[in-house]
Design a protein around this ligand. Structure first.
Ligand SMILES: [Zn+2]
Ligand SMILES: [Zn+2]
Length: 342
């Protein structure tokens, strides 16, 4: 089933307007709020046939879709269409972050980035090499994870002092135990097989205060895809994304020692809750020396990623690591005089 968004005033096709956050009619200029737009007849009918052909209800042209396409535009008449079967039932996103960066703004950012010459050599980055520019809603799972951590370690504190003719080294040994409960909220993992994971990671963070309840009109005028991977399939990647934070949190609880030797470390991370969401990305593909490159931009914040990163990027504040009830058991078990030196 194909959804079209018709202007209640003049009957033309409407599409999402980044500036107002409404549906906009390009013919008469009418704006309709997403909430008030008569929400369509979204059905939960599924088409098992992946080679299903969809046709534009305006002009009858066949819509160019893949098995993943959830929203696109008619390549003949330009009408924005949403394939309802692919955003309903099990495929219904819980939330969406709407675009706030328009196509013009994305183009301008690309040109500015070209001028800065971030990708050498200087001459090549001109915007006329653009092959395509696409506003795309990329499917993501947002994971709420909980890690229960138990660590026991042997730690030392060393002190050197002199007394008379002797220099003493005193080493205190501590048996330390940590019982830590960590919650990580909304860890994003992209669920599209064709999106470069590192590229997507680089576009973070997404401002979650902009998450809206999903409604199909948000997709009008963009490409949207349904997920390829379930949350179960992506859980290992979500765990991997937080593992560095878990480790550094553990480390941060052992301060003030000269050495820390972990005797045992048990980390149990579970998926508390996962939400299926669509996040906005501008993709610009361009050619240079017979190779294709991708410029990507966060459609909400305008953050730019020029090319697939080589090193894993520094992932910033997309998670909130909350240490709940951190419990330190600290016991001094032995005291020992080191050998004297002279
Ligand atoms: Zn109109
Ligand atoms: Zn059409």
């Amino acid at each position: 089933m194909i959804l079209h968004y018709k202007c209640p005033g003049c009957g033309s096709d409407m599409s999402f307007d980044t500036e107002s956050g409404n549906l906009n009619c390009h013919s008469c200029g009418r704006l309709e709020t997403i909430e008030n737009y008569p929400e369509d007849l979204v059905t939960t009918r599924f088409s098992a046939d992946e080679a299903n052909e969809y046709h534009c209800e305006n002009c009858g042209a066949e819509l160019i879709t893949t098995a993943e396409t959830a929203a696109t535009s008619c390549s003949y008449c330009g009408a924005a269409v949403v394939i309802a079967d692919r955003v309903s039932g099990l495929l219904a996103p819980a939330k969406v972050i709407p675009f706030t960066i328009s196509k013009e703004e994305a183009m301008a950012a690309f040109q500015k980035w070209c001028r800065k010459g971030l990708l050498t050599p200087k001459d090549f980055m001109t915007a006329d090499r653009i092959k395509s520019i696409t506003g795309m809603y990329v499917p993501f799972w947002l994971f709420d994870l909980n890690s229960k951590v138990q660590v026991s370690a042997e730690c030392t504190k060393v002190r050197t002092y002199s007394q008379g003719d002797y220099i003493y080294t005193e080493t205190k040994y501590y048996d330390a135990f940590r019982d830590i409960n960590l919650d990580y909220l909304k860890i994003p993992v992209d669920a599209s097989v064709k999106m470069n994971d590192e590229l997507m990671d680089k576009l973070e963070p997404y401002p979650y205060d902009q998450l809206k309840d999903f409604r199909t009109p948000y997709l009008a005028g963009y490409i949207a895809e349904k997920y390829n991977f379930t949350d179960d399939e992506l859980l290992p990647r979500a765990k991997e994304k937080i593992s560095g934070y878990v480790e550094s949190y553990i480390k941060s609880t052992f301060t003030g020692y000269h050495s820390t030797h972990y005797k045992s470390k048990n980390i149990d991370t579970r998926n508390v809750k996962s939400h299926y969401v669509l996040l906005p990305v501008w993709m610009i593909s361009y050619d240079y020396k017979n190779s294709g490159y991708t410029f990507a931009m966060n459609g909400q914040t305008g953050k730019v990623v020029g090319k697939p990163p080589i090193s894993t990027g520094k992932i910033t504040a997309w998670f909130s690591g909350i240490a709940v009830g951190t419990f330190f058991a600290l016991k001094c078990v032995s005291f020992m005089m080191g050998g004297g030196f002279w």
